[in-house]
Design a protein around this ligand. Sequence first.
Ligand code: UDP
Ligand code: MG
Length: 337
Amino acid sequence: MPYSKAERSKATPETRQPPSLTIVVPCYNEEESLPFLLAGIDTLNAHLLQSNRIAEPLTLMLVDDGSADRTWELIQNTSARFKIAGVRLSRNHGHQRALMAGLMQADSDVIVSMDADLQDDPNATAEMIDNYMQGDDIVFGVRASRATDSRLKRSSARGYYRLLSMLGVDLIPDHADYRLLSRKARDTLASFGESNLYLRGLVHQLGFGNSIVTYDRAERSAGNSKYNLRRMISLAIDGITSFSVRPLRLITISGFVIAAASFLFIAYALVAWFAGRTLPGWTSTTLPIYFLGGAHLIALGVIGEYIGKIYTETKARPRYIIDQTVHTDAKVSTAVE
Ligand code: UDP
Ligand code: MG
């Protein structure tokens, strides 16, 4: 476990009232999973109200990330026993930006973010709120196991977290975007202006009193994953380049090592030449060319990644563009259920 109870940063004790709650869910072509989500949130809402964890029905904020299916239509026409806030982005901005848009729009004491496909078990939200009541400002949802992932996703995730920690990026392994933020934590997050968003890394930098809650990650309720390989690689590269410049340092170091090796080789070649033992050597000529060619391209690519980041950051374009918003009040149930 990355964060034991003893290690976690201690929250300042303060008395807190049962908070108002917004659950932010980015949705990209999720028409198939929305009914399941609404049912799951309905159960959660009833449970949280009954156990006095929240004082009023929660708000479900659905951010439509430029879906091409009926997602927005469903969001607009849904009413439930909790409040629904719909935000439609002007086009597909990607998961992280859609989530950021929702977080910034929310107006409540605590904000919980989760995925639309119920892979993040809503029941863990109750425990997150308990931790908030004890003074935590951030509660990270951490998956207990990766049993629902393919072997490839599991091993690549493990390798990636190891690489991140080697590069000095401090993250909570197996925490994705299921987390609770207090209003204070959210307001502080708002002051981070970068446009290349890697929220799980950014939130970890905030500090404050925080803790983790473990949950079992379920299979997707319906529909397919909206993360293809390209999006996954792009998120992975953002995770590294947004938090570490160590790859640039590694290039410099490997440059020195290769230069030192080539000095030795030059010395050897000169000695061989003086000794008259020079044979036309195809191998010793071509191998260094291939090797150095590859090393140069990798180095240029890494530097290019960072320059690309600088380029997009200096433009300071908006991270997301909101097209429309809708609000639906909680349906008051009169019937005895
Ligand atoms: N998502 C989004 N915009 C995108 C891609 C995904 O808002 O461009 C949302 C998606 O609707 C879901 C969440 O991000 O609520 C996580 O995506 P998904 O479940 O497809 O990813 P996976 O769980 O397979 O990593
Ligand atoms: Mg998912």
